[in-house]
Design a protein around this ligand. Structure first.
Ligand code: BES
Ligand code: MN
Ligand code: MN
Length: 461
């Protein structure tokens, strides 16, 4: 039987198996779900085994386990190492979901007329990672796996993959491969395939601003004592200038400037600012002066407050001058910035601009390094050809704005290049309420992945 017939005959089962995974709330950030995260790992391992992978196991780390499996057909042939993650972001704010986040439901949308699977993790990344498990099954059942395959699916991507770096060093030999294949990014549209050739890095910080030792009466003391929330807001506001340039000294020192040619290439990707604004329900975009929206998200660093709190936020009004204020601040990094250096620059600057009326604490959270992928490698060309075969159009190389911290480590620790073979859409509401993944995209991925293997082996010869 050929691959397409096998996929068609097993379509419903492929969907139901994904649903089983989506029903387990594998939220890595919230300790409440610890048991479910491990349960998801076990379910993923069982499905990998059932698909025909060998030596499947859960490899423990200091955090959540890594699901491992392999199919070695001939040590002399190339080996593809697949990476994905089975953990998901928290579902909050839960009241904004139209159907419960861990009860997968199919609904049609304007962009997905064939229907989309609504569930946390449907696109990011259970749905996309599971395509690789099913693609393996397809290749094994149709006798078309042309080389060796290894797969790792981790459970801590959404919290920074901090244990995976150690894992890579420890299992360097076991993970020996020729290329990394990952489906955890987006394409431009279902009729406009694209392949990300860049990812941004990340430096995530938490800050605390301490004022008076206790909350004070805002009338008795107001106007005479530094208010930590006022101070924090002013400090944060000062970190961008009127052109939305970041003001931390040295922040841009290592930023790789794109050549005019690279800029022109990047802006060739079809993009409608009008639709972009309409989709997000905003009247205007905002960002660094002198750059287009695609340049801003793909090639420029950022500084964003992710959350800010302090003082009284309960019902009604309470007149209080708060004792403390907090914020979580992330910076997206681009080549050749490094998270360690940026975290240090941020900390030094934040401490320097703090007025004497408060004390500040700065705590770094996770970091991740930026990545660029070559568009001339055999692996990239094999992936591009595979997409061209199934979409009928050459994919456009694009730069994704998100981060996958492990990708830079695949290069620095294992010496391997990655192909970012994503089939989701930016509009699939990753990390947001009502995350979904197109049924078209799910099957298209399962159909396209085996073609990558075939092309990669043929083109490697
Ligand atoms: N899959 C995303 C990253 C992504 C999405 C890249 C779309 C390109 C296009 C990944 O799961 C993610 O969300 N990463 C986090 C990293 C973090 C928590 C360390 C991110 O980018 O915020
Ligand atoms: Mn992801
Ligand atoms: Mn994510």
């Amino acid at each position: 039987m050929n691959q397409i017939d096998y996929i068609n005959q097993n379509k419903d089962r492929f969907l139901n198996e994904l649903f089983e995974l989506l029903r387990i709330p594998s939220v890595s950030a919230d300790p409440k779900y610890k048991g479910d995260v491990v349960k998801t790992a076990e379910a993923m391992r069982a499905k990998l085994e059932a698909a025909g992978a060998e030596k499947t196991e859960l490899i423990s780390t200091d955090g959540f386990p890594v699901v491992y499996g392999e199919k070695i057909i001939d040590p002399n042939l190339p080996t593809v190492l697949v990476y994905g993650h089975y953990d998901v972001q928290p579902a909050d704010p839960i009241e904004l979901w139209n159907t419960p986040p861990f009860e997968p439901t199919i609904r049609k949308t304007e962009i997905h007329p064939d229907g989309a699977i609504f569930a946390r993790g449907s696109c990011d990344d259970k749905g996309q990672a599971f395509m690789h498990v099913k693609a393996l099954e397809v290749m094994l059942k149709t006798n078309t796996l042309p080389c060796n395959m290894k797969i790792i699916i981790e459970g801590e991507e959404e919290v920074g993959s901090s244990n995976l770096g150690i894992f890579l060093k420890k299992y360097k030999e076991k993970l020996k491969a020729d290329v990394i294949l990952i489906s955890d990014t987006s394409m431009i549209a279902n009729d406009t395939p694209s392949i990300d050739v860049g990812l941004r890095g990340l430096a995530y910080m938490e800050v605390e601003v301490d004022g008076p030792k206790i909350d004070l009466h805002s009338g008795v003391y107001g106007g005479a004592v530094g208010n930590p929330i006022n101070v924090l807001c002013k400090m944060i506001a000062s970190m961008h200038d009127e052109n939305f340039h970041i003001t931390i000294p040295g922040f841009y020192d290592d930023v790789l400037v794109l050549s005019d040619n690279e800029k022109a290439e990047l802006n060739k990707a079809p993009f409608s600012l009008e639709n972009y604004k309409k989709d997000l329900d905003i009247d205007d975009v905002q960002g660094e002066k002198g750059y287009t929206t695609l340049e801003r998200t793909g090639t420029r660093p950022t500084l964003d407050v992710n959350g800010i709190w302090g003082g009284y936020i309960g019902e009604g009004a309470k007149t209080v001058l708060p004792s403390k204020a907090f914020a979580k601040i992330s910076m997206r990094l681009v080549p050749n910035m490094t998270s360690e250096k940026i975290q240090q620059l941020f900390e030094d600057h934040f401490k320097k601009i703090a007025p004497k009326s408060v004390k500040v604490k700065v705590t770094p959270h996770h970091g991740g390094e930026p990545v660029v992928v070559s568009t001339t490698s055999v692996a990239y060309l094999a992936a591009a050809k595979a997409m061209e075969e199934t979409f009928g159009k050459k994919p456009i190389p694009t730069r994704g704005g998100g981060s996958i911290p492990i990708v830079a480590l695949f290069k620095s620790v294992l010496g391997l290049d990655s192909v970012l073979f994503g089939f989701g859409l930016d509009s699939d509401a990753l990390h947001s309420p009502n995350e979904h993944y197109g049924i078209f995209n799910y099957y298209k991925g399962i159909e396209t992945i085996p073609l990558f293997y075939r092309n990669y082996v043929a083109m490697s010869k």
